[in-house]
Every structure is written in C-alpha cells, then in structure tokens.
Design a binder for this molecule. Structure first.
Ligand code: ADP
Ligand code: MG
Length: 700
C-alpha cells in the first residue's frame, strides 16, 4: 500500500528545497515524508522547568535559567577570542560564552536586560559556564516552553548546513502540523480499543512534538507496539508457511535401542528438565512435521545426553543420525563418551574429523551408504558433499553459535526430505529475543543442573596475587584435583599472544616442576593428534595442569578438574568466560574460577568481571552480555534485518515484545490468511512491509 502523502519526496516540504533535500538524502537517508516522520527524536529536553543558577551542579543535563545580564566583556586575542556575558539571578552568576557570532549577539546583550537562557553546562575548574546557549529576550510566562523539546541525530555535514537538531525540529514541526488524516491506521480498531493505543497519526505528532510526558509515553508505546507486532506477525507467518511446506520423517516408536540404553546403560536419573525436553522432541518427531528445534541449556546441564536419546529414537525407527561439534577436541570427546555408552547395545558409531585418515574415511563413507553405521560424530568434515547417508533422519549441532548459517543449511540437504534438526547451545539468550531471532525454530530449555553440583566460587585476582594463586593451585593438586590455566589467543596466529602462552607455560613448569607435577599444553597450532594425546593425558588424570588456549572453551568434560585460572581475563567476552568456567564444577568436588587481570581495566571489562564474580547463572550472564554488546553483535545477525528496529529494543522492551507476539499469535490462529474484513489493514501493512524488505529473515 503506497500512500501518496507519506511517499512524497522530501524536497516538496516547505523549508527544504533541492539543496537541503540533497543533504537530507545523502547524510540522513531521508528521501520522503515517511522517512522524516520515522527519523524519531532520540531524546527530549524538558524545558518546562526553570533552574536557579545555584542549582547547576553537573554537566550532565541541559538547564534553563532566567536572569539579568550584569556584565559583558570580550576576552582573548585573535584566534582565541570570545565574548563573555554574566547572567545573574537571585542565587548567583553564570558565565555565558560565545566563540563565534559575537557580532550578532553582543548588541543584544544589554546590561540589566532579562533573558531566558538554555544550554548544557560545561565545567571549568570548580565553576560552570554555558557555551553558545539559546537566548530568549523579554521573556514572558509563555516563553518558557511548556513541553518537551525533541533532540534529533544528525551528521557533521548536515549540521554545518543548518540541519542540526534545531533545523530538523523545524522541518518535523512543519510536516506534522500539516498532517490531517494522511497517515493511515495499520491496526484494527478492536485492537486499538482493547490496548488503549493512541491512533497512528496522533502518535507521529506526539512523538516529534509531545504535548506532555504522558502523551509522549503513549505515542512511543503505540509505535513500538506496532513495530514489534508486524515483526512478530511476519515471523509467525513465515513459520506457518514453512511448516505447511515441510513434511518430516515420522519416528513413531520408542524401541529396543532407546529402552535398552535407558534401563541398562544410563548411569543416572534424568533431571526433570531433561525429561521434559526429551518429551518435547518425541512429540515433534512423531508428528509428521519437520522438527527444527533449539535446545538451550546452561553449561553442564546435560545436553549431550538429550541428544543421544534423540539419536536412539531415530535408530529405533530405522534412521541414521549425525552429531556435529565445532572443534575436534569436542568431537573426539563426544565420540569417546557416546561410544562408551553404546558398548554392547549393537548401535554403531563412528568419528569423522578433518584429521581422519583417508582409508578410515573410505570405510565410513561406505558404511554410511550401506546403512551399517547408525551414528556419525564429527566436525565440519561432516558437511562435505561426499559424506552421504542411506537414510539420515536426525542432525544435531552442538554449540550451534559457533557455526555459520550456511553450514547449518547444508545439513538440510543430506536427505531428500530434510532430517530433523536439533541445535544445542550453552549461550542462552532471553526467550523474547530467541523467539524473534530464531523465529523459525521451536525452543526447548534445560533450566536445571544435575543434582549435586556445587556453585563454582569465582574470584578476581590481580597479577601481583600470583603467588597466592599458585599456592592455591598447589593445595588443590595435593588433594588430587586438576587445574586449567587458560590464555587468551583470539587469533591463533597472533605472535604476541602466543608468546604469552609459551612464557606462561614455562613459568608454570618452573613453579610446578617434575617429577612431582606433570603439565599438559594444548593450543590451536598443534597437530590434531598431539592435541588429542595431551587432552587424553589430562582427562585420564596423568597430568595435573592443563595450560591451554580457548580451544578447550566449549564442551570439554574432565570432572576431576576443579580450578580454572583465566589469564588476562579482561580480554575475553562474557559468554566466553562463562563457557570456560563451565569446564570446572563438573564433578562432585567444590570448584573454583580465578580471573586474573592487571590493574588497568576498561569499564566494560570491569562489568564483565564483576558479573562473573556475582553469578553462575548463564541466563543472567547472557542478559548482561546483551546489554554490553547488543544483540546483533552476539548473534552475528546484523545482516539479517530482523534486529533493524527503528524504535523498539528487544531487550529493554521485553514486555511489549511478549504482548505483540501473543496478540499476533492469537490473530493468526483466528485468521491465518488475514482474510477477514477486520484484519484488512493488517494484511495491507504486512504486504507493504514484505515488499519493502523481501529478503529479510531466515538466519537459522
Ligand atoms: P552440556 O549441557 O554442557 O553439554 P554435558 O552434556 O557435557 O553438559 O553434561 C555435563 C556432565 O553432566 C556430564 O558429565 C554428564 O555425564 C553429566 N550429566 C548429564 N545429565 C546428568 C544427570 N541427569 N544426572 C547426573 N549427571 C548428568
Ligand atoms: Mg555440551
């Protein structure tokens, strides 16, 4: 639905003209009335209050003062020339300063004359002044603006041509005051009434030039709701269409393999959360629809086992499965655990990674095609086209955040009907965000750790406390426990970091010498075989200390390790720190995480460290991470456009998101094609949005 008013080219607005239009288009991407209307203020200044000069105590917010000019002078020489006026009220004196435009302003500044001035204080030594304030002469009561003044973002270039916040304010004022029944409603009347929403046109007017704080709040709510509502509607529609199109294999029974494993092999009770998720998966795979499910569960919550149970159900129904992990170390470990579990059950399993030998590969390829192999565990190597199955029914991706979208979509093509997909992650994101970002995935959550786990104590230590940390390691090792020491090696090729690691290893080896102590080292530059050997030495308890880079970040499981020392902890992201910490606390012994840094910490690094010390809860950590970095950064979805919101914030506006989602769900339940008369506006708006951004969407 194109609307002729909204799509009017911006140069037709009074006060714009061709030259300014050019700037608006180039600098601010404002081509039409619609674009100007959605160039929302990013904050507002309250000009209803007049401050006393003595009240000015910080340079954080704007102030409005009323007083008389008591003196005027010019100071400085040529380059640094400035005009200074002194404004006096009954509480004190404020310096007003101009570096430019003295010629125009000076004549106005008559001593004894009354002014209202408005500006942002700057601090100079212990006193404040206002640089280039707004001036209003002969103030009457009505000169004190009784409402909130919008502040718009602009660019340096636009600023220089008068299109600063003031200039833009003038334009939006012109535009908004000319509007009468030109902005069509997009939501059904019944919904507007039910939620007491402000009509759309009114909301646009109020958001630019609010008459009161209350009306502004209502306007913002209305527009945010609309934004989220259409976002959710689009996601839900997409999902419905996909589900209609996609048929899935039916795993109708739970059979011999599952039951045998469950009754004779499973070494512990499933947690309630694990049981619930297994049930959710069973319902999915038994229904004839295609499962596309995200399993979120904190580090150590037992996701692997859930994956294994799902694979056994596949096996019982005559299908093969694969489990893909992001690192070789993790794939090897999964293989070791799972093949151990499956011994004697008749279920066959193989490991395929980048370092599998050619001859081994040939055998695996053959057994996959013949159906002799039930389970394939491996790394990216599984994605290669040559890896073909007789009948792949289920693909599981562990630590899915480590994989790209393309890699995941390759799995869909491994059978003529796409296999069921289960992606697992220990980087939990809040449900509202997950629902949006992974709009086409169903979500399961394991929100419970196996019994008997103890909180991991986390402390922050400075480099000078190193001797104390060593002493602590020594004590733990004396009690038979093992220790990880991790160095940041973000880019495995970085020279300097590598030196840190090797230096660290050497000093560790001096402090913990043979024959009493044995050390392992693992880093990305080592050959896979050597890595595996070192890992095995540590896993079997033959070595006491594992010095490593983040190659051990995800998944690694050595229950006897109780201490995680993270060097230069400030260099790691929050979720990475949490993942690393998750390498300990896997057994019944009390575990510890020590975050080492030097004194210099950036504010965000400080927040990260404090968060780690405060909590063990992966969801809480994920929320903090989102606040620090923003969702696009974390999910690698900047490109998808889903997070491209004008007003809303998926984290801060959680409640509106949930409401919008629920209402959209309900609406589609009653009217899946939006064909009812009362949903006409919604259908039109949705069609328009889809036309506007056709390639928006899928990331999973
Ligand atoms: P993650 O969710 O981080 O992948 P894992 O699957 O590696 O966690 O499980 C962590 C540890 O917890 C493993 O040693 C596993 O055997 C154990 N575990 C899993 N489920 C249970 C359970 N229900 N009870 C006791 N231990 C469990
Ligand atoms: Mg895991």
């Amino acid at each position: 639905m194109t609307n002729s008013f909204l799509s009017t080219s911006i140069e037709y607005l009074k006060g714009v003209g061709p030259k300014r239009a050019e700037i608006l288009k180039k600098e601010l991407r404002i081509f039409t009335y619609d674009h100007l209307l959605t160039h929302f203020p990013f904050r507002y200044i309250d000009r209803s209050k007049v401050h006393k000069i003595s009240e000015v105590k910080s340079d954080e917010s704007y102030v409005q003062l009323k007083g008389k000019i008591s003196n005027v002078k010019e100071a400085g020489t040529k380059g640094g020339k400035r005009l200074i006026a002194y404004l006096q009220d009954e509480t004190g004196v404020m310096e007003l300063i101009w570096f430019k435009g003295a010629k125009w302003i000076k004549p106005k500044l008559i001593i004894g004359k009354e002014f209202i001035v408005f500006g942002k204080p700057s601090q100079f030594n212990s006193s404040f002044n206002l640089v280039h304030p707004d001036l209003e002469e002969k103030p009457t009561v009505t000169d004190i603006v009784a409402n909130l003044q919008p502040v718009y973002s602009s660019t340096d270039l636009a600023n220089a041509t008068g299109l600063n916040t003031k200039g833009i304010e003038k334009l939006t004022k012109t535009l908004v005051s000319g509007i009468k029944n030109q902005i069509p409603e997009t939501l059904p009347q019944s919904l507007i009434q039910e939620l007491k929403l402000m009509p759309r046109e009114r909301a646009y007017r109020e958001i630019h030039h609010p008459q009161s704080a209350d009306l502004l709040k209502k306007a913002i709510f209305r527009l945010k709701f609309e934004e989220f509502f259409f976002l959710q509607l689009r996601l839900l529609k997409q999902k419905i269409i996909q589900e209609q199109k996609l048929k899935g294999f039916v795993f109708e029974k739970v059979g011999e393999s599952f039951n045998q494993f469950f009754t004779t092999k499973l070494p512990f009770e499933l947690t309630n959360a694990q049981k619930r998720v297994v049930k959710e998966i069973r319902v999915d795979v038994g229904s004839g629809k295609h499962m596309n499910r995200l399993l979120q569960g904190d580090v150590g919550s037992g996701k692997t086992l859930v994956g294994l149970l799902a694979m056994l159900i596949a096996k019982d129904n005559g299908f093969q499965s694969l489990l893909m992990a992001p690192t070789e170390i993790l794939a090897i470990q999964h293989y070791a655990t799972i093949s151990g579990y499956l011994e004697g059950t008749g279920v066959t399993v193989a490991l395929l990674t980048g370092s599998s030998k050619k001859s081994e590969r040939a055998v695996i390829h053959e057994q996959l095609l013949s159906g002799e192999l039930d389970l394939l565990i491996g790394t990216h190597a599984l994605l290669e086209d040559i890896v073909q199955f007789k009948n792949l029914g289920l693909a599981i991706i562990d630590e899915q955040h480590r994989f790209g979208v393309k890699q995941r979509s390759k799995l869909w093509k491994k059978n003529n009907i796409p296999p069921h997909i289960l992606v697992m992650t220990a980087t939990p994101i809040p449900r509202t965000l997950a629902m949006t970002v992974y709009g086409d995935l169903d979500i399961s959550v394991i929100d419970e750790l196996p019994p008997g786990r103890k909180e991991i104590s986390t402390t922050h230590k400075f480099d000078k406390d190193r001797l104390y940390v060593f002493k602590f390691m020594e004590k733990q090792i004396a009690e038979g426990r093992q220790v990880y020491v991790v160095y940041p090696l973000i880019e495995e090729s970085e020279h300097l970091d590598f030196k840190d690691l090797m230096d660290g290893y050497e000093s560790m080896a001096r402090r913990f010498p043979l024959p009493n102590y044995k050390l392992s080292i693992v880093h990305g530059k080592m050959k896979a075989k050597d890595k595996e050997y070192e890992m095995q030495q540590f896993a079997k308890g033959f070595t006491n200390i594992m010095v490593a880079t983040t190659v051990i970040e995800v998944g690694v499981n050595v229950p006897n390790a109780t201490v995680m020392v993270i060097e230069s902890a400030n260099k790691f992201g929050l979720s990475q720190l949490h993942q690393l910490r998750g390498r300990v606390g896997r057994g019944s012994d009390k575990s510890y995480c020590v975050l080492m840094t030097d004194y210099k910490l950036s504010p965000t690094a400080k927040t990260r460290i404090e968060t780690m010390v405060r909590t063990n809860d992966g969801f809480e950590i994920a929320e903090e991470d989102l606040k620090l970095r923003g969702p696009g950064d974390i999910l690698g979805t900047q490109q998808s456009g889903i997070l491209d919101l004008k007003l809303g914030d998926l984290i801060k506006d959680k409640q509106i998101v949930v409401a919008a989602r629920n209402i959209a769900t309900e609406l589609l339940k009653q009217d899946p094609d939006l064909s009812l008369q009362e949903n006409y506006l919604v259908r039109q708006r949705l069609a328009y949005l889809i036309k506007l951004k056709p390639n928006w969407g899928r990331i999973s």
